[in-house]
Ligand binder design. Structure first.
Ligand code: FEO
Length: 397
């Protein structure tokens, strides 16, 4: 068995991408990313998903290393149509003209739309629960809409207790030699799973839980996602991260994100951090929203219970980098958090009223608030103390 054979007859043929700077042109990739593809070799040969188009050469080499140059692929199962996984479909169709593309109705519509592969004889349309025999094994398809797009589905192979999950259970980070978690130190992949989930899948928590419910009753020994390691030893750990975040459940801790032009709002944020620390809170992260990278702030706001937003008034509104974070949380429908609000101003309090409207819209409880005129003064301290008291209580509840 070589390191890419994850179980008898099931091979990893995915690729590392250490070149792309930003996933979806948005999210930094300091450790790279993988586009995972798997080959199931039975009487019939099925490829599970493809890769981003620039990586297609490596995918084809990986496939040929296993089945040789002359053998064809019988099936390409498409679990998810986002182009990081579907980009190479047209090349695969050219390389393997006898290959059938297996997908649900939505998948096939998207392939036609993206890649103009209009010949219906190329497709096998499958529905939720439908099965396809490869010979010794049978593929069972489970539709899991909105993890992460409407067409997403998973495939279960009962004979091997293997589940191909698309983006679910995925994480950032290229693979460093090993493929299965047992071959790797997964600490960094698990940490990056918070950032991956919060930024990529975070909007669809209800759908994630609905999808996971459909998996109950399946015996799963190996999870093969489309990004990051194959999970076997750490299935419980990656599942716990996904189910926690999908249900908007929090770890104890507070994120303070501030926007400050001349340091006065920053000084208040630091006072609040000190106040929380004085009350025994250890897990506090302070972000200068104008400098910090958005995806890390989103990650921590998903993960931790307390969020304190401190904004200078800018053009009678919220300071733009703070607004960007707030918009990101709103679009992801973040729930079950305790909010603290600070709005600073020079002549008219523009930020705090907007922050309060936001909390109301988001239906998030505000445990404390204060308006700071010009610069921190002793007179602000009682409200800071009250905010810290209430936030510690809310986080510990
Ligand atoms: Fe990895 Fe939603 O694509």
């Amino acid at each position: 068995m070589n390191i890419h054979e994850i179980s008898d007859g099931i091979h990893y043929v995915g690729v590392n991408d250490r070149d792309t700077q930003k996933f979806e042109s948005l999210w930094p990739l300091p450790y790279g990313v993988t586009y995972n593809s798997y080959l199931v070799v039975d009487e019939k040969v099925a490829l599970m998903d493809t890769v981003e188009i620039p990586e297609v050469g490596e995918l084809l080499d990986n496939i040929r290393d296993i089945i040789g140059k002359d053998k064809t692929l019988d099936y390409l199962v498409v679990h998810h149509m986002e182009p990081d996984h579907s980009g190479a479909i047209p090349i695969l169709v050219d390389e393997y003209p006898e290959m059938k593309i297996v997908g649900n109705k939505l998948t096939i519509g998207m392939i036609k739309g993206y890649y103009h592969i209009d010949d219906d004889s190329k497709y096998i349309e499958v529905a939720d629960g439908q099965e396809l025999s490869l010979g010794r094994r049978t593929l069972k398809f489970v539709t899991t809409p909105m993890i992460h797009w409407p067409e997403t589905m998973m495939t279960y192979i009962a004979e091997d207790q293997v589940l191909f999950t698309g983006d679910a259970f995925g994480t950032f980070g290229a693979l460093n030699g090993g493929v299965v978690d047992e071959q790797l130190d997964t600490t960094r992949y698990l940490r990056e799973a918070y950032r991956y989930y919060a930024n990529i899948v975070g909007k669809y928590g209800n759908f994630v839980m609905r999808g996971f419910k459909k998996l109950e009753g399946m015996t799963v020994g190996t999870i093969c996602p489309t990004h990051g390691p194959v999970w076997r030893r750490d299935i419980d750990k990656i599942s716990a991260i996904y189910t926690q975040l999908a249900q908007y459940e929090s770890d104890p801790g507070v994120v303070i994100a501030y926007g400050s032009m001349y340091g006065n709002t920053a000084a208040v944020a630091e006072k609040i951090a000190e106040g929380l620390a004085l009350r025994g809170m250890k897990n506090i992260t302070v972000y200068n929203a104008a400098q910090a990278e958005l995806s890390y702030m989103i990650r921590d706001c998903f993960r931790y219970k307390g969020i304190i937003i401190a904004s200078a008034t800018y053009q009678m509104n919220i300071f733009p980098p703070v607004r960007a974070l707030m918009d990101a949380l709103e679009s992801r429908e973040v729930k079950n958090k305790a909010l603290g609000l600070v709005g600073s101003f020079t002549w008219a309090p523009g930020a705090l009223p907007e922050l309060k409207k936001y909390a109301e819209r988001m239906k998030l409880p505000v445990v404390g608030e204060l308006a700071v005129k010009q610069a921190y003064s002793e007179a602000d301290q009682p409200k800071i103390d009250a905010l810290c008291d209430a936030m510690v209580k809310a986080v510990e509840e």
